[in-house]
Design a protein around this ligand. Sequence first.
Ligand code: HSE
Length: 380
Amino acid sequence: MHRTTIGLLGFGTVGQALVSLIRESQPQIHVAKAVVRDVHRQRSVDVPMTTRPEDVLLNPSIDVVVDVMGGRDPARQWIKEALHANKDVVTANKEVLAYHGEELLAVARESGRHLRYEAAVAGGVPVLDALAHHLSVVPLERIDGVLNGTCNFVLSAMEQGIPYSRALADAKRLGYAEADPAADIEGDDTARKILLLAQLGFHTTVPMASVDTMGITEITDHHLARLKSFHLGLRLVGTAALNNGLLSLRVAPTVYRVPHPFLSLDGPDNVVRVVSSAGTFWFQGPGAGGYATATSIVSDITRIIHRTISVNNPNTERYPIHPAKRGPYVCFTHDTDRSLPLGLPGEIRRLGSYAIVSEGFAAEELDEYGLCQFLWGEEE
Ligand code: HSE
């Protein structure tokens, strides 16, 4: 049996789960070496470690380099060096792809190598593969979904009465959160993922700065309890929509009516909805965690081994980027003793103690009325 030899850049939660998965079920893959910052740190599996990246990047016995370290630098440089050294690359690093994906995919094409990144979006859920292949023949209108396992885990825990700080500490301990969880809760991780989905789905290139991004740091258990009393729920949702040839991308805490598929996810699960001219497709499953992410990495390595993928196609469309639409919003009084003022400006509809309004209120107006407002995710 021919064995494919891989080298790792990074050896944290995902790297260790990857080695376990390979040893359990992939005898055709051999893990030769891992580049790490600290060779003395305790790991759950044994792999020869080095602090010198050239031991992997320039190692003639390594066929595929796997980036599981995260961050923009030195990942960008090391991925380019690996491709120039005639190695295929598999990466779970959404940050480097969101900022430098176009450049890295061009280097891969010029070098005649593969750069695969299924693990970078929605962990173990094979949504990039579906967009790159099956759905690439269908014009898309919209991609949206819950794309950050940590935020989903934290919000669903808060709904059960677990305090925010404890839920976030649990997400870190369970290996869902980023090394710096600010990227999760401030929405940047979701922004990177919706950008990667949009680029593949709409065959285009989008600058990171054009993703209008808001996280969950302002959400309190009081907000969630109020929403629950109205039979509503909230999730951090990334959206990419193409309207009249204009593309807009947004990340925001968004409210839906119970039951809604975005609200029924457990713990770190993710869901992606793809609305196309051929109908709506749903992709759901474990979005964070070492083992789930490792399955996507192994799948990419296996595709490279079997050469069952086409070369990376350049993104040829250039859609003008349009600011995401602001609204409609759902609003309600912060204080349960205070009633919702009658006839709010831009009111579309009201149901008991909450109203749907076409545009958001400015901070002073929210203060004046004693209101909270969140983006409304349902059709009106
Ligand atoms: N921190 C990320 C999340 C990991 O919580 O979704 C998977 O990309």
